[in-house]
Design a protein around this ligand. Structure first.
Ligand SMILES: Nc1ncnc2c1ncn2[C@@H]1O[C@H](COP(=O)(O)OP(=O)(O)OP(=O)(O)O)[C@@H](O)[C@H]1O
Length: 447
């Protein structure tokens, strides 16, 4: 059916509404008067005199409303046209819906709100780059959850900024003046994790020569960030659950529990729900952690953030370093399995090689290869089949990428793990665990 639209100016519409109300009151008055007359009673007032007065009064009210309320809004909308930051409503595709005053106002307000959202995010989170819609959603979630005391679960692939977000939640919480302590559960050997978390008494085990406070005690009053919680042994999970629920911990080798006041933020790049279903993660702990969860999107799902991230990382290295459009195109088309961390490392190594401009030749070998393979076209819908057209398992693909990145870093560092870890932006222990996981033979890379 054809959509018929009439465009009436607000200057006409509002007074007419008021006049309509006045006419309605006249009808009511008239009916009341005729009722009195039919009962041979005197009407109380001259109907038409009052009616005319009422119409005039409502018309004036309507005009005053237009003058004092609509005029400033209209002036604001007209001024936004000159500012350039708000798209001219007359040139947008949504013109059909913006022919009337209200449509135009709504469009300008939408755009202004969007802009304010970006400005606010930049002010509130100066360390976190992200203007994409998904990242603005993440900022909103941080703002909501930070002042609360609830436990937060951050999920997302490696290098998506989980630790950065955890710090930001802490900085925007009431605990900001207290410590933020982070512990990577995957980087600490199983036998040592409990004593790292809960501390130990002198003589609790061989080598425990002094009493040592654990991360939970150190985080007292503040926030404890449990990174890669999916790698925590089940036994330790039970103790962490108790610490979350009862605010008490026991140092290894201690007899008495101690009370701590800690807010927990956990992070993982694994599917904890699935792990819990398969008995690889405690269900009760999963539910306790999953009170408020934030999903950090992979970089390939927010490619519009790449130029901003590149600018930030290059400025951190050398202030006057620029990037060629070809190199930027390569950055935009790469899949970034290592996400922001990988982008940061790629730019850092390019900054070392480049003089004043980053060219494709300065970007890491693996990146150039990926760009060439993907045909350097931006594909926001992930490729879900491989070259042979077969479905590719996401976990397997991530694992392959991780393995390739580690191998590349080891190759570049001549098999020196400290250097390779620095290139990948991870701790040496974390690299060691990953090398073990992928069964990589370091000897193959020694030069
Ligand atoms: N949105 C962002 N803006 C600026 N820097 C970012 C952003 N996201 C990540 N980074 C940077 O990327 C690097 C990796 O981030 P981070 O350690 O927080 O990731 P992660 O998800 O915790 O990784 P992992 O799962 O491997 O521990 C850090 O140097 C961080 O500062």
């Amino acid at each position: 059916m054809k959509d018929i639209r009439f465009n009436i100016s607000l200057y006409v519409l509002i007074p007419v509404i008021f006049a309509g109300i006045a006419i309605l009151s006249i009808i009511v008055t008239y009916n009341t008067t005729t009722f009195y007359l039919s009962k041979s009673m005197d009407p109380q007032w001259p109907v038409f005199g009052w009616g005319v007065l009422l119409i005039a009064f409502t018309l004036i009210c309507g005009l005053l409303i237009v003058k004092f309320m609509i005029d400033p809004v209209k002036r604001f909308v007209i001024r936004t046209k000159d500012l350039g930051v708000v798209k001219n409503v007359h040139t947008t595709a949504r013109i059909a819906s913006a022919d009337d005053d209200m449509g135009r106002f709504a469009m300008v307000f939408d755009q202004v709100t969007e802009l304010l959202g970006k400005v606010e995010a930049r002010q509130l989170f100066p360390d976190i780059v992200g203007q994409s819609k998904v990242m603005r959603g993440v900022f909103n979630q941080i703002v909501k959850v930070a002042p609360r005391e609830s436990t937060v679960l951050l999920t997302g692939e490696t290098g998506t900024g989980k630790e950065l977000i955890a710090r930001s939640i802490h900085q925007h919480s009431k605990r900001q003046d207290h410590p933020f302590i982070a512990i990577n559960c995957a980087a600490i050997p199983e036998g040592l994790l409990e004593s790292e978390l809960f501390g130990h008494e002198k003589g609790a085990f061989t080598g425990a020569n002094t009493r040592k406070p654990g991360k939970l005690e150190l985080a007292d009053g503040g926030t404890l960030f449990l990174d890669e919680i999916g790698d925590m042994p089940l036994e330790t999970q039970a103790k962490v659950l108790r610490a979350i629920e009862e605010n008490t911990i026991e140092r290894v080798g201690a007899i008495k529990p101690i009370t701590v006041d800690v807010r927990f933020i956990a992070a993982t790049n694994r599917n904890l729900e699935k792990m819990a279903e398969n008995g690889l993660f405690r269900q009760d702990l999963f539910y306790r952690l999953n009170v408020f969860s934030i999903l950090l999107p992979p970089l390939r799902h927010r490619r519009e953030d790449i130029p901003l991230l590149a600018e930030k990382f290059l400025n951190q290295r050398k202030k006057d370093l620029s990037i060629s459009s070809e190199a930027l195109q390569l950055l935009m088309t790469n899949d970034w399995p290592g996400n922001v961390r990988e982008l940061k490392n790629a730019l850092e190594s390019a900054a070392v090689l480049a003089d004043d401009k980053i060219l494709p030749v300065h970007l890491p070998f693996s990146l150039k290869r990926n760009g060439a393979i993907s045909g350097t076209t931006i594909n926001t819908n992930e490729t879900l089949s491989d070259a042979a057209g077969e479905k590719v398992d996401l976990d397997r693909r991530i694992k392959d990428y991780e393995r390739r990145m580690i191998a590349d870093a080891l190759r570049q560092s001549g098999g020196v793990q400290v250097k390779a870890a620095a290139l990948l932006g991870i701790k040496e222990r974390s690299l060691w665990h990953r090398i073990k996981k992928h069964q990589i033979d370091i000897a193959d890379f020694k030069t």
